[in-house]
Design a protein. Structure first.
Length: 95
């Protein structure tokens, strides 16, 4: 992924924050925090990656239960999940 990427909004899933035709400049975030607007890649039914603009609602971390308690560390024994949604719930395909 490029350091900076310009995307044009298509559709109304991020209304009223962004309207169709708005252009946004994205850079990879240093840290993910709820409330951030992100550029994500979603795979279509045909297996093609489609860029989408969504808002991060929450980050979930789950402990891998197969690992011994003594070896838990963020680097090898947790899994992360991200919940993103469009601002216009009725017009958005969400995670």
């Amino acid at each position: 992924m490029a350091l900076l990427q310009i995307v044009s909004i298509k559709g109304s899933s991020m209304a009223p924050t962004f309207a169709e035709g708005d252009r946004l400049l994205f850079r990879p975030p240093w840290r993910l925090r709820p409330g951030q607007v992100l550029l994500i890649q979603r795979s279509s039914h045909a297996g093609v990656d489609i860029p989408q603009v969504k808002r991060l609602l929450r980050v979930e971390r789950r402990i891998d239960e197969a690992s011994p308690i003594s070896s838990l560390s963020p680097s090898n024994n947790t899994m992360s999940g991200y919940w993103v949604e469009g601002d216009a719930k009725e017009a958005s395909t969400d995670s």
